[in-house]
Design a protein around this ligand. Sequence first.
Ligand code: PMP
Length: 442
Amino acid sequence: MPAPENPAARKIYDLERSRVFHSWSAQAAVDPLVITDARGSRVVDGDGRSYLDFSSQLVFTNIGHQHPRVVAAIAEQAQRLCTIAPSHANEARARAAELITELAPDGFEKVFFTNAGADAVEHAIRMARLHTGRYKTLSAFRGYHGGTAEAVNLTGDPRRWPNDYGTAGSVHFFAPFLYRSQFHAETEAQECERALAHLESLIAFEGPDAFAAIILESIPGTAGIMVPPPGYLDGVRALCDRYGIVMILDEVMAGFGRTGRWLALDNFGVQPDLITFAKGVTSGYIPLGGVIISDAIAESFATTPYPGGLTYSGHPLACATAVATIETMQDEGIVENAAAIGADVLGPGLADLARRHPVIGEVRGLGVFWALELVADPTTREPLAPYGASSPEMAAIAARAKADGLLLFQNMNRFHLCPPCTVDAADTKEALQILDDALSVV
Ligand code: PMP
């Protein structure tokens, strides 16, 4: 993308490149889009060009950009009380905890608030270790849990490699992914059964009394939106019960409406022990994350102190944002909208693209949470970019989509279509048309 022409936007662009150290990037290659305005499903760049934001940034603006009710709630809370320490009580925090636990399955009555997703994961693992008195962890190769020390170590993708501190007891496993089955499975039922057998073997060989926790995303997001086959999460639950392992479901990306249900785990009726969340809880307007804690685990810390905390745990501005976000989503039927758009427009539209573009190997997803798996060859399923990298073809498709006004979330050989849960049918159809044209460049 060329640098902005507008002098004010150009100044921002130059400062970002010269003074801001950017995440996950070679600094000399940083080439950010300057965003000056955003509303609903659209953002506007420094030269006044409008884009459909089907990335939801990093899959967090579930309520869309600048929802007036949430903006007003932030302003109101800022006028009333910007901040207090975690040790004091506050209406915004108490109400946020009440709303969040009401959305969780029965048997979850407490929330520990963090600043974002990775620290929620850190604390969930710490709670599991203290609760069980064990230290080993299980996590999926095709999973992402954050950029802090423990969270990146639990992450399965190549971002772990340069960050590997040799943490003892961190064991990775293959979760089900039929399209690229590690188990030579041909049906979902086989994939499910063999993935569970593989997991149980790891537990047996690593020590049946060794594991504190297994962490997995209810639906892996960054790794490619692989909706688990029926019975998989129930099977993991059964293994956790058999071997005394704490089951942590990471809902940071998939939670708060993205799948057309409040929590992604609602799609499977499974009961974990700890649930991590962030992103959609405030739509990222003010950062907030946390751990929803089952009563059995909370009980471990009823008389024994929990040895962990954060200066800003349950920050009033963030909690007021969560309250406004959740109440607005409830009042406006926004989760139901995500389900309907997925079932009626986005899912069928992507399936139609897959029929016409052989470069699409597979379409996966639900709600407003979809991935296109792109392949160089539909027969061999050779990915359009190597594992851990992009490719000129992927870059060309993304560049064309962007030039035509569509922002996508890209990872390796995949494009993810994750618009806000508020997206309407007209914007979804427009995005599908732009994508159709962009896919034609390869
Ligand atoms: N868990 C999951 C499932 C995520 O998708 C992410 C972020 N993409 C994280 C944890 C980490 O969250 P954060 O970047 O807010 O620390």
